[in-house]
Ligand binder design. Structure first.
Ligand code: HEC
Ligand code: HEC
Ligand code: HEC
Ligand code: HEC
Length: 422
């Protein structure tokens, strides 16, 4: 990972300079807030600056530890090599530029669903509240209904999350309030300007209308995939940055997948008023479905392998000998996890188990207190995580991806209950 950019950030923070690198938009009012934050005696000023610089440096270290650069571009991250990069490799296969035989590319392309579209971390400081990033890293939730993948639940301490947030948003700028907007007019603007083509607002639909600007090939599809549910925006976005975003999104974040629809200042204030003030209603409550009863019919390993382990799990729980020593984050480690030594790539491997939290070998079929085999509990726990209720002592699988269907979980549970026939 390239550290030069971090050093710059640290220096800027130390020197108290009001120009932040990478912030495309908010320079003007950010400076004011900075001056306010630094109205301390020269001595205090230096130590506050040093503390902030130390935090930013710790954030850079944490980003390296958690390998954020295997999924995200931007924020000065140097991309992981393509054979380690969950998103770049999938994208190259999709585009047909990955170095492999055409028949293979064709076959793979049909199988890859996830981690093709992930938001870049460019210009986070020009958009987000530091506090939101910190909370989100500790307890990720679904922001973009158009992509199945979510930000994975990593093993991150409060300090690490705070340091990363400080790096992505150096300085908690007092961003002020948005005035002079009318929420009702804002709703009307959204219905007229194509916003509903890509965005939703919780359970509420924004009326669909044609996008009023010309779109490049693939832009609509990518935009739909990456468009956030605007119900979360008031928690995430700095209020005044929102007006700027709506006036010209590409001026705030040049690589954004949102088309360059430019609202007038008044329209932007009206839409901002809607997004910041409109009654959110109660938060949606997600039910966690019960597991299905085990099947009557015989289930053999080959079926479980084909429909579950090699369809999804294997991509993070591989056989290290086959892939140059890297068995994936769930086996030899990655994303800050030490690795649980769990390969899900063959009958023998699955049956040889994994390491528990203390590093001792355990069977993945070991029953938990309620009698559920650990591996089944891990798959079902993903449903609870997506519903915002993580389960103590077991991480939901597949990590950061949509839960396995109840039928897929049932298949594994049936196979385990039948004594795991080959
Ligand atoms: C396995 C891939 C993966 C890894 C590793 C990963 N992320 Fe993410 N991250 C995602 C996905 C997917 C989303 C989009 C989730 C959504 O919108 O619901 C996301 C969203 C985010 C967002 C919100 C951005 C936005 O515009 O909404 C931030 C901030 C973020 N990640 C930071 C990080 C940091 C920092 C790290 C390293 C500590 C990291 N991510 C590691 C996949 C990943
Ligand atoms: C060297 C290229 C490459 C890299 C790197 C890579 N993948 Fe994949 N991935 C593939 C191919 C090829 C397929 C489809 C073929 C298959 O099913 O074996 C695939 C399929 C998948 C699937 C199953 C289909 C789907 O979309 O749900 C998942 C899950 C997955 N990858 C996750 C990951 C994760 C997580 C990482 C990063 C830790 C990663 N991949 C890194 C090439 C790659
Ligand atoms: C083609 C799809 C598309 C259309 C049409 C579109 N957007 Fe977006 N919008 C996006 C995408 C993609 C992002 C995420 C940008 C990023 O992360 O780079 C976004 C981001 C946003 C955000 C920031 C939300 C957040 O929480 O980060 C707001 C606010 C927003 N759009 C409002 C609008 C409004 C209002 C309209 C209509 C005037 C509109 N968008 C039209 C795709 C679209
Ligand atoms: C995106 C990568 C990824 C995918 C896909 C994935 N895993 Fe994992 N898995 C991990 C990581 C990382 C860990 C280590 C987590 C930890 O140490 O807390 C892990 C741990 C586990 C554990 C131990 C969990 C615990 O808390 O004790 C089980 C069981 C498991 N995985 C099963 C599966 C199964 C079954 C699938 C497919 C349905 C799957 N994994 C798919 C990355 C993944």
């Amino acid at each position: 990972m390239r550290l030069v950019r971090w050093a710059c950030v640290a220096l800027v923070v130390l020197s108290g300079c009001e120009k932040k690198p990478g912030a495309a938009g908010p320079g003007a009012d950010a400076g004011g807030a900075q001056a306010q934050a630094l109205s301390l005696s020269p001595l205090e000023e230096t130590s506050a600056g040093e503390a902030e610089a130390a935090l930013v440096a710790a954030g850079a270290q944490a980003m390296e530890k958690f390998e954020c650069n295997r999924c995200h571009d931007g924020a000065g991250l140097e991309a992981a090599p393509v054979d380690q990069h969950c998103v770049h490799c999938h994208q190259e296969i999709e585009a047909g530029t990955y170095d492999a035989k055409p028949e293979l590319l064709e076959k793979w392309r049909a199988q890859i669903v996830h981690l093709k579209n992930v938001p870049t971390l460019e210009a986070t400081d020009a958009r987000f509240k530091r506090s939101w990033i910190e909370g989100f890293l500790r307890e990720p939730h679904d922001v973009r209904p158009g992509i199945g993948a979510m930000m994975p639940r990593l093993q991150m301490s409060e300090e690490e999350a705070g340091a990363i947030a400080a790096l992505l948003v150096p300085g908690e700028w007092g961003d002020g309030e948005v005035t002079g907007g009318d929420a009702e007019r804002g709703a009307h603007v959204m219905g007229q300007m194509g916003c509903g083509t890509c965005h939703g607002y919780g359970a509420e639909r924004i009326p669909e209308s044609p996008v009023p600007v010309a779109l490049a090939e693939g832009e609509l599809e990518r935009g739909k995939a990456l468009a956030p549910d605007l119900r979360h925006t008031r928690a995430r976005f700095r209020p005044r940055a929102l007006v700027r975003w709506l006036e010209d999104p590409k001026a705030v974040k040049p690589d954004t997948a949102m088309p360059g629809i430019k609202l007038t200042e008044q329209q932007a204030r009206d839409v901002s008023a809607y997004l910041l003030e409109k009654d959110l209603g109660p938060a949606p409550v997600y039910a966690v479905p019960d597991r299905l009863p085990v099947l009557e019919r015989r289930v053999r390993y080959s079926e479980v392998e084909e429909k579950v382990f090699k369809k999804v799990c294997w991509h993070c729980h591989q056989e290290p000998a086959l892939v140059g020593g890297d068995g994936g984050p769930g086996n030899t480690g990655g994303f800050g996890f030490a690795g649980r030594g769990l390969s899900l790539s063959s009958y023998v491997a699955v049956n040889s188990g994994m390491r528990d939290a203390e590093g001792a070998r355990m069977s993945v079929f070991k029953k938990r207190e309620d009698g559920t085999p650990h591996i089944v509990a891990a798959m079902h726990a993903r449903w609870s995580e997506v519903a915002g209720r993580p389960i103590e002592g077991v991480r939901g699988m597949p990590l950061g991806l949509p839960p396995m269907t109840l039928e897929e979980i049932q298949l594994v549970e049936t196979w385990v209950s039948q004594g795991r026939p080959r």
